[in-house]
Design a protein around this ligand. Sequence first.
Ligand code: UN1
Length: 499
Amino acid sequence: MQTPKNEALSILTSLGVPPLGSSGLAAHSPIDGKLIGHVAETSDVGAVIGRAHAAFKTWRLVPAPRRGELVRLLGEELRAAKDDLGRLVTLEAGKITSEGLGEVQEMIDICDFAVGLSRQLYGLTIATERPGHRMMETWHPAGVCGIITAFNFPVAVWAWNAALALVCGDPVIWKPSEKTPLTALATHAIMQRALKRFGDAPEGLVELVQGGRAVGEALVDDPRVAILSATGSTRMGREVGPRVAARFAKPILELGGNNAAIVAASADLDLALRAIAFAAIGTAGQRCTTLRRLFVHESVADAFIPKLAKVYASVAIGDPRKQGTLVGPLIDRGALDGMQKALDEARAMGATVHGGGVHDDFGAVASYVTPALVEMPKHDGPVLRETFAPILYVLRYSDLDAAIELHNSVPQGLASSIFTTDLREAERFMSAAGSDCGIVNVNIGPSGAEIGGAFGGEKETGGGRESGSDAWRGYMRRATNTINYSNALPLAQGVTFDV
Ligand code: UN1
């Protein structure tokens, strides 16, 4: 097998990315922890925003179905590049091959969705109290959309935002994670091909800025950026949200999750086992939708938890490019340290920890771990936090309402599941008194959402919605229009004002 560096460099060449430089952001592969190369940082973000802002003046007037054509071409280019880009995601983010490819598929799916949307973007016609009048809603492009993304979905999250923003008439500026600059360069090169085939897109319509905190802050604070979509930690969102709100721009925040599942007494335990394994161990626990807390009914706990521990002990860990591997590396040493710290805290509380060890045999600079299944004596301490690593905290319950209350007692509110064959329990979990999350599932895990639904969550998850359903509205501004087609001028609420 090639070294990650050589493989990444040859993919970048085949995707048409110019050779990497010798200074700027350092790109590593978590597979061996080694340097791949350097990516230049953007020095003048203001100039980039200026270009995008100028592009808005033209793009907002291009008919939406024609804007959709650009996204259709992007989808075509992504289909052609799927294998290369998916492998690059594996090399730079450490995902196993099928998940790297799955991430690119998610980009293709949102392009298809957005193309259809480009012939919709519909408003309402509303009954008016005045004769000879008509009232309606119109949706217009909102302006430049800044997109800040995280390392764990280094390309798909850009696509969820960009595909919608572009059909909605908004130029996009992307600030990827500093940990994944190469997949961003590759995606940008693919986008350039779509733009070239499209022909007459305004300069500055799709921009990429690379760098650290200052680059992100320039997008957050610039009044020319009308929409700021940020994916990452709650800590990041706590800074970004108020700054965007302070200048009355539109934030779309997709922050931390502390996702839970309930395994009820009537659950199909075989199905639950497989679903829970994927949700908790998949992507090495580095999805914002990763399953982190599990409530198991006391009547099935003794049968179920040992089975789960067996899965944890047998799961194949290693080079994510290798067939059969299910758990690749963590992104870096910081993630590994964070995991060990959380496990130490759990042990100090009296928890039983299955797995959780560090694999130094893959080389001291790489960060491979065995996923940890942690039987907790109580719902407290590290259980209340999102640790971005494969740790699943398990608790037993006897009463469903009490379990739902604990389920909802964390600050985050992204994704949740119940495993049950009891209709009453399933409906209770989805009801107003049930899970308080943005994603509430029955008999499937909390991760791996399709793009057709709105994606996002409540409370400290930030409240934003991306992707499907009517999430497009977050990228547009609404105008209410009242049209008088009579000769009279009746005022609303019966007011008279004769001059
Ligand atoms: C994320 O982890 O930032 O539902 C997004 C899922 C994916 C997206 C996760 N479709 O797991």
